[in-house]
Design a protein around this ligand. Sequence first.
Ligand code: AHG
Ligand code: MN
Ligand code: MN
Length: 343
Amino acid sequence: MHNGTTITQFIIEEQRHIDNATGDFTSLLNDVVTACKVISNAVNHGALIDVLGSAESENIQGETQKKLDIISNDIFLKSNEWSGHVAAMASEEMEDVYQIPSQYPRGKYLLVFDPLDGSSNIDVNVSVGTIFSILRCPEGIENPTAEDFLQPGSKQVCAGYALYGPSSMMVLTTGNGVNGFTLDQNIGEFILTHGAMSIPEDTQEFAVNASNMRFWEAPLKRYIEECLAGSEGPRGRDFNMRWIASMVAEVHRILTRGGVFMYPVDSKMKAKGLEGKLRLLYEANPMSMIIEQAGGMSSTGRERIMDIEPSDLHQRVPVILGSRNEVQRAIDYHLRDDAESAA
Ligand code: AHG
Ligand code: MN
Ligand code: MN
């Protein structure tokens, strides 16, 4: 018998401190939690229920979809369309905004998500996750369009992720710190296990896909080269490197023991007219809110991610996030390099 705090209890108690809270947000979050439990169950059963492998289709980003990308997207839509709390949804796997079917009432929130993050890891049984962000639907909008989703990250009401790893976890923030919950599979509840998560200011661990190094901009190259030079280099200490290729898993590691995660823009992307790999609305913004709420920092190298005014539902941005002193150093290198190039 557990005697911990369930995620539902935690959310209800948190909402009690908010004036005029109607319970809508609490119910919405409950449905998001249910969706993540269903996805966790599918991921967990894997080959037993024939959900691994490719779906032989492409999403709007030109990426081949995995069966589980599509299954997870459907689970999220079905879990959230009926409740009357959501006005519309958008996701990595859908080109356009998903309208609430006409038989259901519309609510006051917009839900944006990456249904399965790190899905290249699914077939090799390495951690994957789900990322979500909740925005308010602008006043007076009956039928939200993509434009209504184009709000800066600083406007998020809530951001969170579910991690499907050795344990399934849910980590979330409503702007009042970050808390982590572990799924007790026997009772089907997420239980508070990681209260008030906070990121150490300093770290000796970085995460980057170093195979792209030759395409990077000079300031990022400088930052990583100095880390690699270790105790003999200008940093005077050795660094450790990790790359899981699941942003959820990297962010979770950083929330647990510190670190810096980088997915920079590079010349290969620029040649295709792209400004980064990770998507602003359903990857960079929610993760930035969680990182900042845990005392870390999140930037493109040149500006705070949550200050960006989005211009497209699937817009991509460079991402540098994690322990604040390292993120600040990377920003300093970018700004100094820009100033020198302008001089
Ligand atoms: P997704 O599976 O939702 O498309 O996201 C994958 C992202 C992110 O989670 C990860 O950090 C990065 O792409 C991995 O990219 P590389 O394969 O280029 O390393
Ligand atoms: Mn992703
Ligand atoms: Mn994805």
